[in-house]
Design a protein around this ligand. Sequence first.
Ligand code: DGL
Length: 277
Amino acid sequence: MSQKDPVAIFDSGVGGVSVWREIVRQLPGEDTLYLADQAHVPYGSRALEEVRSFAEAIVRFLIEKGARVIVLACNTASAAALHHLRRTFPQVSFVGMEPALKPAVERTRNGTVGVIATHATFQGELFSSLVARYAGGVRVLTRVCPGLVEAVEAGHLDTPATENLLRQCLTPLLEAGIDQLVLGCTHYHFLRPLIERIAGESVAVLDPAPAVARQTGRVLAQLRDSAPSDGCGRHIFYTSGDRDTFAAQLALLLPATERPSDVRAAYWREGRLESDE
Ligand code: DGL
């Protein structure tokens, strides 16, 4: 059975699964296509140009699979490539991600907010323009958290080592008195229980996945002139890493009822992404 006009979602790895899950919850009839570029995870410590070239090749792959709406379920890829992709592929509707600074600034009571994200996300123009547009008089403290993406990829969601990494990352923000913490990397969604335990009740944690899913719904409605989806909720997952490892990661991160059964391999060949099926 082939897919009808699938919504495509990509990330360097499993982080974007948090966004995929929200999309499936909010738009249950849609067919979806998910690509995890695990041959290159993590993206966050790479140069923006390199991430941009991966993203461009991934988009070509997803277009070949029939996608017309592509969600960058990755703050790093959005920072590196969103504008470039919109210019290069005008026939595609892109939904990008950015750290949820605007709601954090609206909600802060004490005027101090924290953002955790990858090095590359903070390097991109997208983040500086967010700060310029929305920070106003609010103090925005940023932290890169090395090792966290790797911990999530390894399934170490609540181990002493991951807790240690998180404490190192969050302590300066907590000591500075933040009352809002923005999760600026989709992988961090899966650490949310641990993050909330460390941050305590006085800090609100903001995860943009539901808002990204709502935006995806709006884009689809506009594109189809509000006609309902003619998909049947069929989901295909690809990884450029090891297929069996990816399937095991999905089994760990998703409840049995939400777990995709169709997990396939994709391969990088001379800068192009390909698959057998
Ligand atoms: N999950 C991604 C993000 O939202 C990328 C993390 C990485 O590969 O470093 O930024």
